[in-house]
Design a binder for this molecule. Structure first.
Ligand code: GLV
Length: 314
């Protein structure tokens, strides 16, 4: 019997819905022997964006035809190896754009205005002794967006309401976008107050924000990352925060999630969230629906609603 192999934690509602029509096997509960014994069964693989799927794994499932990723980022799936073996890959773009852009702006405001630090100030009773130190103005500041995809544009739209001056660094320049283009992340960091990372993860962007870029952002600059931890050299970031060579950071993603460097914690100029940019009830529901639609389209022999760019859709 054809089965779906689930390798990551996924919303229970999605799994229950899939189980009404298909056999879903929780691969995390199989022993290696059980997995090997059933290897011919698995036709669809269900993963989240954090689960790596290597070329060797793809080759090991002889019947595999579809990898359905719950999330927009799919850099941990070897999509070229999948394509070479005729395995299609889908993801969940579009439905989470607003949420990620919202959280990016939330982190920007929370970091610049030190909302978390100010709350702790009240909770410690420090307000009784005096007022909270002045913080950083957001409206009218220069925002540098790294990665001008759907999410980058949604962030720019929101930032425009704060009268921010917008620059961006991207693989290409976009004639339809009014913000100023910078050919390197370094040049962008040098000319902005807030550097906001929302580019794709993967090898092409690994440590794109390195010690040099952070130095260019400077001691008044704030880094926001809602993309992938891999895009920022985390050791360099910790050093920059420690030494005050940047003013602060708002981070939803980290290099070794769920591990977060202790050096980033307990600071009023650093705001941390646990990779939750798309984790609202309605968006997770829409992501679940999109995964369901891709899987059912595959089994029905219909074109896939949201294949990744590298994957044929029928
Ligand atoms: C979340 O990080 C996603 O890629 O959807």
């Amino acid at each position: 019997m054809a089965s779906i192999l689930q390798l990551s934690p996924l919303p229970q509602g999605l799994v229950v819905r899939l189980r009404q029509y298909f056999s879903v096997v929780d691969g995390r509960k199989l022993t290696p022997m059980e997995h090997a014994a059933r290897i011919d069964e698995f036709v669809v693989l269900l993963v989240d964006g954090e689960t790596a799927v290597s070329a060797a794994q793809i080759a090991a499932w002889p019947q595999l035809k579809l990898i359905a990723v719950f999330g927009v980022g799919y850099e941990r799936v070897d999509v070229l190896a999948a394509r070479a073996r005729g395995v299609r890959v889908t993801h969940t773009p579009g439905v989470l754009t607003d949420d990620v852009a919202d959280l990016a702006i939330g982190l920007l405001l929370a970091t610049a205005r030190q909302i978390g630090g100010a709350q702790r100030f009240i909770e410690r009773g420090d307000w009784l002794q005096g007022s909270y130190p002045w913080t950083r103005k957001v409206s009218g500041a220069r925002l540098g967006i790294v990665g001008l995809g759907r999410i980058g544009r949604a962030i720019a739209q929101r930032a425009a309401a704060f009268d921010m001056e917008i620059g961006y660094h991207s693989r290409q320049q976009y004639a339809d976008f009014p913000g100023r283009f910078f050919a390197t992340a370094l040049a962008l960091a040098d000319r902005c107050d807030f550097l906001l990372v929302c580019t794709n993860g993967g090898v092409a962007t690994r440590a794109l924000v390195d010690a040099q870029v952070l130095a260019a952002l400077g001691c008044n600059g704030i880094l926001i990352n809602v993309s992938r931890g891999s895009v920022v050299d985390e050791a360099a970031l910790v050093a920059a925060i420690d030494q005050g060579t940047i003013a602060g950071a708002g981070l939803d993603v980290f290099e070794r999630e769920p591990q977060v460097p202790a050096a980033l914690m307990g600071r009023d100029n650093v705001v941390l969230t646990p990779h939750m940019a798309s984790a609202t009830h309605s968006t997770r529901q829409m992501m679940s629906d999109l995964v369901f639609d891709n899987v059912t389209a595959y089994f029905a022999g219909h074109p896939l609603p949201t294949p990744v760019a590298e994957s044929p859709n029928s």
